[in-house]
Design a protein around this ligand. Structure first.
Ligand code: URA
Length: 432
């Protein structure tokens, strides 16, 4: 039976929901061996999936474990997802900002692996912060304060975890329907009625070209809408690091600075936050237009309400709430040194993957799942594409644990920066 199902997919046919269930749920139960699932995945990779297959696969994966029931929450529920990038600390700011504005979020995030950072690792740089809450604890916190920000629960969409590991080992990760089903299975299991997707485009993102990012955004929205959730996607730039920092505690510090009414916010990062918040407020029906959504988001930042919500969330999850007023309580690296421009001109490129590699070499990320990370180390990015720069001016600030790491960081960063003699146009953060 299973070989016949694989053969039909291999020959370009469409599988039914029942057939997909046989493969996916059979695999989760241990009845279908991984060599058969691997063959089916490769057939999916090569022939693609129809919209009906993609939706059915997503719903099967979403229902393969526990699901959160948010129906008792007396506010519009929303989940957001970013496809990930370098310096992407958006959830740390957006979750409390939206909660302060009346949206309920039971947000689950991942850990970093390879060149991408993970929100959970960033949060764990806050002394005491618990990233593992039970479903009951999540629900009661969302009822009480409107949000929680925790690690992805292993009991949600277990089929996705198993299939992802097999895709990783069989060169079948880079299939748009499989990526979309994987992402949306976790969002559907998370129970929110509204889903806001931030699809990153550029050399620091999973989707390096605009065409592929658009295809992914459409696939994600078709699944969400097909499953009865209000779903919207925004395409945003990831051709340079996002904001001023890359590294765990440094990014939490930047998130706090962005939330503070008098804080130093990076203009591109702040623009992204306000745009996403405005989309969320309008899709949840809390504001009638994007302009009014923008005004609400600005007001929540200026009044300090968004920062207070962040502080409340940190405290509710066992973290030290004083970090919101005094970010010096976050871990700090013993060595801080500047990396300077070697010529004058205009910043033409800041290669996000090389900045991420530097952070990884400093110890801010992990190459293998079991690696420990150093929360204190990372990079400050002091310039953006289009900025004028003088020879000898600092472009990066390296936060390192040891002198040997610092020397390696200077080497990698040298290649991360390109300076042009002619003016270079800045790049908008929101693409569409
Ligand atoms: N992120 C996911 O959650 N799944 C994929 O398949 C790729 C990126």
């Amino acid at each position: 039976m299973i070989p016949l199902i694989i053969a039909r997919k291999r020959d370009g046919g469409e599988l039914t929901r029942a057939e997909l269930e046989r493969i996916v749920l059979g695999y989760v139960r241990g009845d279908v061996p991984d060599y058969q699932v691997a063959a089916w995945l490769m057939a999916c990779y090569l022939n693609g999936l129809t919209d009906a297959e993609t939706l059915a696969l997503t719903e099967i994966m979403a229902a393969s474990g526990e699901t959160l029931d948010l129906s008792s929450i007396d506010a519009p529920t929303l989940d957001k997802h970013s496809t990930g990038g370098v310096g992407d600390k958006t959830s740390l700011v957006l979750v409390p900002l939206l909660a302060a504005g009346g949206v309920a979020l039971a947000k689950m995030s991942g850990r970093g692996l390879g060149f991408t950072g993970g929100t959970v690792d960033k949060l764990e740089s806050i002394p005491g912060y618990r990233t593992e809450l039970t479903a009951q604890e999540m629900m009661s916190q969302v009822q009480r304060i409107g949000c929680c920000l925790v690690g992805q629960s292993a009991s949600l969409a277990p089929a996705d975890k198993l299939l992802y590991a097999l895709r990783d080992a069989t060169a079948t990760v880079e299939s748009i329907p499989l990526i979309a089903a994987s992402i949306m299975s976790k969002k559907l299991a998370g129970g929110a009625r509204h889903i806001l997707l931030d699809v990153k485009v550029g050399s620091g993102a999973f989707m390096e070209t605009r065409d592929r990012a658009e295809a992914l955004a459409h696939a994600l929205c078709r699944i969400g809408t097909g499953a009865g959730r209000r779903t919207q996607a925004v395409l945003t730039d990831m051709s340079q690091p996002l904001g001023y920092t890359v590294g765990n505690a440094l990014e939490v510090r930047e998130a706090i600075e962005t939330l503070r009414p008098d804080g130093r916010a990076h203009p591109r990062f702040r623009a992204l936050i306000i745009h996403l918040a405005a989309q969320a407020f309008t899709m949840c029906g809390l504001e009638p237009s994007i302009e009014q959504g923008v005004a609400r988001a600005e007001q929540l930042m200026h009044s300090g309400d968004a920062l207070r919500k962040f502080q409340q969330m940190v405290e509710a999850q066992g973290g030290d709430p004083r970090v919101a007023e005094n970010p010096d309580l976050l871990p700090r690296a013993p060595i801080v040194a500047e990396h300077r421009a070697h010529q004058s001109g205009y910043v033409a490129q800041i290669h996000p993957r090389l900045v991420a590699l530097t952070a990884l070499q400093l110890g801010a990320g992990r190459q293998k799942k079991e690696d420990a990370i150093d929360h204190a180390v990372g990079i400050e990015v002091l310039k953006a594409v289009g900025d004028p720069v003088e020879a000898g001016e600092p472009v990066f600030r390296v936060h390192a644990r040891a002198e040997t790491q610092l020397a390696q960081a200077h080497n990698t960063l040298q290649n991360a920066l390109q300076i042009a003699p002619e003016p270079v146009a800045p790049i908008a953060v929101v693409l569409s």
